[in-house]
Design a protein around this ligand. Sequence first.
Ligand SMILES: Cc1cc2nc3c(=O)[nH]c(=O)nc-3n(C[C@H](O)[C@H](O)[C@H](O)COP(=O)(O)O)c2cc1C
Length: 203
Amino acid sequence: MVHFSLDNLDKMERFYRANFINALTGFKSPVLTGTVNTQGIENLAIFNNIVHLGSNPALIGFVNRPREAAPHTLANIEATGVYTMNLVANSFFRQAHQTSAKYPEGVSEFEQTGLHSEKRGNCPAPFVAESPVKFALELKEVIPIRFNNTYFVIGAVTDIYLEPTLLLSDGCLDLPKAEIIASLGINSYHTVGEGTKLAYAKP
Ligand SMILES: Cc1cc2nc3c(=O)[nH]c(=O)nc-3n(C[C@H](O)[C@H](O)[C@H](O)COP(=O)(O)O)c2cc1C
């Protein structure tokens, strides 16, 4: 096997290292995070460092890069306390990727990418109309990670919307049927095939 030491990592070109380290933790499920600022301007950005924290209450966390690198989603969530997450299907992954571009404050990625914003229920944050699985969250905690100036943002799921045919009898979601994609690192998108379901493991 090829071995990489800390010294090798240090010497890597910045973008090469970012690709390399981002791929180390394997495939992720990217979401489009929809927010709105206090002036009513919407923001949409792709995130894939998402983690399930618990089902009851339903809590989801994500990692936000340092504020200077990714300021808008975090600022809007802190200002309004609400946001949406929208799973990405094969039909719109290119537009989803484009939301990662550094648009200036006040420019809506919905307008820039052609993805459609929709309002649902009482949630002021926008959902992505094209997404077949989406949910709203209420901010619970922003934990600063001092070691590298990132943030762990924790939200409670308040409302879930999905295409009815995707919900299976055991509560699982048939995401391959909706052609929900996976991402690897920050520049590679992958279709997902049918899975194999196993029974709850017992000793
Ligand atoms: C596939 C992919 C996954 C990404 N995941 C994250 C992530 O988990 N956390 C993050 O802070 N930025 C992530 N980014 C970068 C953000 O999308 C980018 O910084 C975006 O401009 C943030 O926008 P904002 O300032 O509107 O919040 C990712 C980018 C791509 C292409």
